[in-house]
Design a binder for this molecule. Structure first.
Ligand SMILES: [Zn+2]
Length: 419
């Protein structure tokens, strides 16, 4: 394809001294072409914005000034800007239009710590282009996606000022850390004012070996329990005067470990229950312990519910006659977006721009999609390759940056323009 041939030529193109590091309109000494003529491929606006964001040191929960850049740009493009800071965390909600459906791009400006700087070839907060890649902390996770959907939204609004529906951008600086004051708080505020999202695209890096190969349409839920079983401490030679919580709990734990919680479904494997820690005993070999603590976790599919799992565990522990306390922590609700307008639009856009047939997947840990799914009818995740995320010398392929922007733009066109 012509586009691919241009990209291939471009990736072998070594920028001249003017091309890099500052993109300017000029005739490139090594190709004879003006880089701006190739805008959208070479020195795309997205690349420029990604570089500006990477240059902001924003180790979680810091934002480093990224959201100020985004807010200023989006305000200039006609978006209404709502900064929603909470403690040390910065959150940005930008919206264009007031009608339904609302299409929302979501992401984060915080990054994980870079690790030992001496192991980075170049400064993680000095964006560097080398061998067709843009290097820097957050290049893949996920400042390039944030730049790409911001530029895609700007272009879309400029080209279609009277578009139907609305576009929103939700960005937080608390995704890589505790995730307690970030997206979850924005979602609470939106719920409070009755602002629902129809379609949400999270820009997490989802692709595995080739750009375009994976779209995520859900994630499993995570439910943790801390179980304290009470006994009576005593001398091990006088068991009739004590009550051993280990002995009391073992049959119940064995039964919990053997339960088939559900069969999973077409999108998720069966729900799994696992013990992660057991603690009991004083350290002495002649003392029956007075307490037992068990930490466990469910990774659960949409075939089960949080409430249903809790009820089943309590019923079992009660049946075994245990004297216990059980504290629950819901890490994430599962979410799933089945075939619908958003998945159809995303699949079409990825196929059209990359020529790759994406796999639809629910693998991986948790993401902010778990919070957004509370107020959004459909949630998917799509972004660049994830092979270098959280690693030393994190990067994104420069040739994927403009196609990523175009994919986000095509999703908007497919959802908000009349056919
Ligand atoms: Zn991320």
């Amino acid at each position: 394809m012509a586009g691919n041939a241009r990209l291939a030529r471009l990736s072998s193109h070594r920028p001249c001294g003017v091309c890099a590091p500052v993109p300017r309109r000029h005739r490139c000494r090594s190709t004879g072409f003006c880089r701006r003529v190739w805008s959208g491929i070479a020195m795309s606006e997205t690349l420029e914005l990604a570089r500006a964001l990477i240059a902001r040191r924003s180790v979680t929960p810091e934002d480093g000034g990224c959201q100020a850049i985004l807010g200023e740009r989006l305000a200039a493009a006609g978006f209404t800007i709502d900064h929603m800071p909470r403690g040390h965390v910065l959150n940005l909600w930008a919206r264009h239009g007031s009608a339904a459906p609302l299409v929302c791009f979501a992401g984060h400006t915080d990054v994980v710590p870079p690790g030992p700087l001496t192991h980075w070839i170049t400064d993680p907060f000095a964006p560097t282009e080398r061998d067709g890649r843009l290097y820097g902390r957050g290049a893949a996770d996920m400042k390039t996606s944030v730049a790409a959907f911001t530029i895609a939204a700007e272009r879309f609004v400029a080209a279609h000022p009277d578009h139907s529906g609305s576009i929103a951008i939700l960005v937080t600086s608390d995704e890589e850390g505790d995730a307690v004051d970030g997206t979850v708080r924005v979602v609470e505020t939106l719920s409070g004012r009755g602002e629902g999202i129809d379609y949400a695209i999270v820009g997490e890096p989802t692709c595995v070996t080739r750009f375009g190969d994976t779209i995520k349409n859900g994630r499993r839920g995570s439910l943790s329990g801390t179980l304290h079983v009470k006994g009576v401490q005593g001398h091990i030679a006088y068991p009739h005067l004590a009550k051993n919580p280990i002995h009391a709990a073992m049959p119940a734990l064995a039964e919990l470990g053997a339960i088939t919680w559900d069969e999973g479904n077409a999108h998720f494997p069966p729900t799994a229950w696992q013990i992660s820690n057991i603690r009991a005993g004083t350290g002495a070999s002649n003392v029956i312990p007075g307490d037992l603590t068990v930490l466990f976790n469910f990774r659960f599919s949409t075939a089960s519910t949080e409430q249903g799992l809790k009820e089943r565990v309590h019923a079992l522990l009660d049946r075994h006659g245990l004297d216990y306390e059980l504290k629950w922590t819901l890490g994430a609700r599962p979410f799933l977006t089945e075939a619908g307008p958003l998945l159809k639009a995303a699949l079409g856009a990825v196929r059209e721009i990359t020529g790759v047939e994406p796999e639809i997947s629910t693998t991986g840990g948790t993401s902010d999609g778990r919070f957004i799914a509370v107020v959004a009818k459909e949630v998917i995740e799509f972004g660049p390759l994830n092979e270098s995320i959280h690693k030393l010398n994190e990067y994104v392929a420069i040739e994927d940056i403009e196609p990523l922007t175009r994919i986000y733009g095509r999703i908007l066109e497919r959802l908000l323009l009349p056919r």
